[in-house]
Ligand binder design. Structure first.
Ligand code: ACM
Length: 741
């Protein structure tokens, strides 16, 4: 018996030994070339030669979950500078006892080292035998963080920099001043710390939720200059340059709250407590320029990198239009208008920073009214700013909302936490073509790179920042390393799944949407309603838990909905199960009909098409929009519902959304007609809608007739009354499921 046990253990040992060598090489970004064996290196620790440039990285290397020593005599990492490699290129050869690292430039050490580190981390602290070579496509690989709308302590900022490093980013754009808070200590101006760094309270919920509500809690904080230096040094050790942003001339309400003379009206104002764009902006007086020069004098001492971001976006011009000082200045300087004044402002600050050896970066509005040579433009309002800037010979950084705003929703799921709006999925980011097609061969090289932006209005804590930023950061990193034609979304998805598991094990809150199903109830004429099921992973299998609780495989991504009740759907791939979505289906007569709209919904609120109104699924009671609620801007709603054959109808229930704050009103009246030929209609009922509103009203109308057609008309509320939000505009009308029994 004992011998059998020993033999069994030996056999198991052999089996597990041969099985154990399945190296994981799921690197992000995907290296250009990899040639690895199914064998691990014997290296247990890295020993670096005492090259001077390694000193910069030592504080980082010492923190890695990988033993690193620095000893010339015993070094097992051989580093060679090799100018035959392409720009930003490196090559790694991992052998049994040593590593060869060829770098085009010393700066490429960080990327080579991160590749080693990813292999080490993904293989239970082992390196795999083989070679790897890679090259970044773009030099500027940036991530931005807004620490003003919400403030994150140094420990969080360092974590953020760790993520940037892990995905081989080269630039950290630190957004430090805003209407809602000033976050960098400026010793010459103590009120920036005492006043501008704190707001009295903060908006609760989404900005679009009216009326606005506030939490009543003082909020704020700032980084001391010592802390700033600590972060800059931390980033430097990880191969990342820090670019501070000091916003001007707009987004300056916090500074003006501290020093009212910086504004045009010299009136007391508060640090902003809600989001948006504010009309109190810096007045271009000598006093303001002196203040900003003093501020920048301190800033340039803290940030050794050669670039400073001076904002320049979203500066309303009302205050300058009203100010006699500004109007005189426009005349005196022979400027065209307030845009010319903005250009004068930016130009003057650019000139000042030039004397300090710094180049300015600004949001694409800095192009308006002309821009100094050498300034760099960040294209955020789409790509046009980048195109115009490059055509004028400026270097550009692409960061269009469509692909680079990581404050947008990343999934259409109704269960997503509140975000600013929009929808920019991992897939969208991954397929971003950085160089606009409008640029020719001479202009294209002016595109220096791209950047992901993380505005934090709706990110109260760092957990949420991780959730919003990290998954999309992996996609953008691959964009910045690999041109579109050499990217592979399918292998990226597999690699992302590996990285997602990696971060989850480290308790990092990475968003995980790739296996989450999206479901849509659909109705096709002559066929019963069906749930269309899909997710991002092509190879996924789908399952439904039907109202009886039975698990059924979903074929062809389509599942028939036959009886009322809750249907839950989920996807599975490689033993991973994605998030579940449910449909609460109502089996009513409408789901077997067809529908024709006689009035057109707004392009912004089309629901999932006309059948959304008869698909057996109600929209949310809380949120309008989405795939179920259909919105009409100023128009009536009129629809005709038709069956193959006459039906016995007992009652019809209509749903409307009531959201006065968003200009959405209940209809003034509802009319119902039936017909057997679709030409002559019999009036059934005209009902005025009870304006004693709840958020969603439902109106049940008895019918008790047999008919083949039903016509529904809902009359728009009309003009919004004085004193209400949207007064003087015509109301919106939102319609949901027409339940017919
Ligand atoms: C921006 O998003 N206002 C640059």
């Amino acid at each position: 018996m004992k011998y059998i046990a020993v033999i069994l253990v030996m056999l198991l040992g052999i089996v597990s030994c041969t099985n154990s060598v399945v190296p994981n090489l799921d690197l992000i970004p995907n290296p250009d070339n990899m040639d690895f064996e199914n064998k691990y290196s014997k290296i247990k620790q890295l020993s670096f030669p005492s090259e001077n440039f390694i000193d910069q990285y030592k504080p980082w290397l010492k923190t890695l979950e990988m033993s690193c020593t620095f000893d010339q005599s015993s070094s097992n990492v051989k580093i060679q500078l090799d100018n035959t490699l392409p720009v930003h290129g490196y090559r790694l050869k991992i052998s049994d006892q040593s590593i060869e690292m060829n770098l085009q430039n010393e700066r490429d050490f960080r990327n080579a080292m991160v590749s080693l580190y990813q292999i080490w981390q993904l293989n239970d602290n082992k390196l795999v035998l083989g070679t790897l070579s890679d090259q970044a496509e773009f030099d500027y690989r940036g991530m931005h963080l807004d620490v003003c709308r919400h403030f994150f302590p140094v420990s969080d900022v360092k974590k953020y920099i760790d993520y940037l490093c892990f995905y081989k980013y080269s630039k950290f754009h630190w957004h430090l001043t805003e209407d809602q808070g000033w976050r960098i200590e400026i010793k010459k101006y103590p009120k920036l710390q005492e006043v501008a760094a704190y707001r009295n309270e903060t908006l609760i919920g989404h900005y679009n939720d009216q009326p606005h509500q506030f939490d009543g809690k003082r909020y704020g904080g700032y980084y001391t200059q010592e802390e700033i230096k600590e972060v800059v040094a931390y980033a430097k050790a990880r191969g990342i340059d820090v670019i501070p942003e000091i916003e001007m001339p707009g987004h300056a309400q916090a500074a003006i709250a501290a020093y009212p003379a910086l504004g045009c009206e010299n009136k007391p104002i508060e640090v902003a407590t809600k989001w948006g764009v504010f009309s109190d902006v810096y007045c271009p007086t000598e006093e303001t320029f002196q203040f900003l020069e003093d501020v920048l004098d301190e800033v340039v001492e803290l940030f050794p990198y050669e670039m400073i971001h001076i904002g320049g976006d979203e500066c309303p011009k009302e205050a300058w239009k009203k100010s006699s000082f500004c109007q005189n200045l426009i005349r005196e300087k022979n400027l065209k208008d307030e845009h010319g004044l903005q250009s004068y402002f930016i130009g003057r600050m650019g000139d000042y920073l030039k004397t300090k050896g710094k180049t300015i970066i600004g949001w694409d509005e800095i192009l308006e009214g002309g821009l100094n040579e050498g300034s760099i433009v960040m294209s955020w309002r789409g790509t046009q700013g980048g195109i115009d800037a490059a055509k004028e010979g400026h270097r550009v950084i692409m960061t269009p909302g469509s692909h680079c705003y990581f404050d947008h929703y990343q999934s259409p799921s109704p269960s997503e936490p509140v975000a600013i709006g929009g929808l920019t999925t991992v897939r969208d980011v991954y397929h971003y073509e950085v160089i606009p097609a409008e640029l020719n061969q001479e202009e294209a090289p002016l595109v220096w790179g791209a950047q992901g932006n993380v505005w934090t209005e709706y990110m109260k804590d760092f957990n949420r920042v991780e959730y919003m930023a990290l998954a999309r950061m992996t996609a953008l990193s691959e964009v910045l390393f690999n041109p579109l034609e050499s990217r592979n979304y399918t292998t990226y998805q597999d690699r992302l799944a590996t990285h997602t598991n990696y971060w989850k094990k480290k308790m990092v809150n990475i968003a995980d949407h790739q296996l989450n199903v999206q479901i849509q109830a659909e109705v096709e004429k002559g066929q019963g309603p069906k749930a269309k099921v899909q997710c991002e992973r092509q190879a996924a299998e789908y399952f439904c838990i039907n109202p009886e609780g039975t698990i059924i495989s979903v074929e062809n991504q389509s599942f028939p909905l036959t009886k009322s009740g809750v249907y839950a759907f989920y996807a599975e791939l490689n033993e991973q199960v994605g998030g579940t979505e449910i449909i609460d289906f109502m089996n009513h007569l409408g789901t077997k009909a067809s529908i024709e709209l006689k009035t057109s919904p707004s392009e912004s609120y089309p629901a999932s098409g006309s059948t959304a109104l008869i698909n057996g699924v109600k929209g949310s009671d809380e949120k309008y929009g989405g795939s179920e609620w259909m919105g009409f801007s100023g128009d009536d709603f009129e629809a005709i519902i038709e069956w193959e054959e006459s039906q016995e109808l007992s009652e019809i229930q209509l749903r409307f959304f009531d959201g006065e704050g968003q200009w959405i009103y209940l209809p003034s009246q509802v009319e119902l007609y039936v017909s057997d030929n679709g030409e002559t209609y019999e009036h059934v009922e005209t009902k005025s809608v009870d304006p004693a509103s709840k958020k969603v009203i439902t109106s049940k109308i008895p019918v008790n007739k047999k008919a083949k057609y039903v016509k529904v008309i809902a009359r728009n509320h009309g003009m919004i009354a004085e004193g209400k939000q949207g007064a003087g505009h015509i109301a919106w009308l939102f319609v949901d499921e027409i339940v017919i029994n």
